[in-house]
Design a protein around this ligand. Structure first.
Ligand code: MG
Length: 266
């Protein structure tokens, strides 16, 4: 099962945080999904990948097996994949401001991804740092799969899934663990304020996380909304992190309730 790779330093951050925002990375913090982009442009191509994506969405194929097939179709060496993605993937236009607002307001942001940690780290170094070097100063915790290089020439590589589930990385496992830890810690210290938990996502990699937060932000026009409607999971939509920023700020300041943003069935 899942190894506990969460560090003691990270648990200290969880203890100190007033609220926690969990977020998917690909297609949520970034505009494009880096794994889809690799698969579409260097691997099996858009049409085949989209067919597999639908099979995952409608539970005909597991995320683990479908994603493995997509990545197996990419034969580009690992260092080239990283450079290629750094040249083609863009950050959501509202994420940097939102992240800096969270840092200033003691809201912990945690990336929970079905992608691969080295890709996410390299993209954040390139896309998030900016003049204030914010990512180097305040690195985000990245809970994701890993990668292994399978030959000495670094020509071949393979995903290393985080757990043995059909998701490869069942996001609900760590989210529950972190929420339980935070709630137990707050109770042990008699902390009276209500801790809010949010999740932001866009697609099939978020199905395992969809039920775990108090408010689920689902990206407009993407697959996660179809799943929420089919499974009757409350959600609110976003176009960019500017919307998430506005809604989170409104809830935490007491101007709006979480229920007031629910769009299920509307
Ligand atoms: Mg995604």
């Amino acid at each position: 099962m899942t190894q506990d790779t969460l560090s003691p330093e990270f648990y200290r951050q969880v203890e100190k945080a007033d609220h926690i925002v969990f977020s998917d990375f690909d297609g949520t913090i970034t505009l494009q999904d880096s794994n889809d982009f690799l698969t579409d442009t260097l691997g099996m191509g858009y049409e085949t990948r989209k067919g597999l994506n639908d099979e995952i969405l409608y539970k005909k194929t597991s995320f683990r097996d479908g994603f493995q097939q997509m990545l197996d179709s990419v034969h580009t060496p690992w260092p080239e994949c990283i450079e290629y993605l750094k040249n083609h993937i863009d950050l959501d236009t509202g994420f940097k401001d939102f992240y800096e607002w969270c840092l200033a307001h003691n809201v912990l942001v945690v990336i929970v991804s079905s992608g691969m940690k080295p890709i996410i780290h390299n993209l954040l170094v390139k896309l998030l740092n900016g003049e204030d070097n914010v990512y180097n100063q305040h690195p985000l915790e990245i809970i994701a799969n890993d990668v292994k290089i399978t030959d000495e020439q670094k020509q071949s590589w393979d995903i290393v899934y985080r757990d043995t589930t059909d998701f490869g990385h069942d996001k609900s496992i760590e989210i529950k663990k972190i929420i339980n830890y935070k709630n137990s810690f707050a109770a042990s210290k008699n902390q009276s304020h209500k801790v809010h938990y949010f999740y932001c996502g866009d697609g099939v990699s978020d199905l395992s996380a969809a039920r775990e937060s108090e408010l689920l932000f689902a990206k407009s026009g993407k697959d996660l909304i179809k799943y929420c409607e089919a499974e009757k999971i409350p959600y609110t939509t976003f176009q960019s992190f500017k919307d998430i920023h506005q809604k989170v700020e409104s809830i935490l300041s007491g101007q709006s309730t979480i229920d007031s943003f629910n769009e299920l069935g509307k």
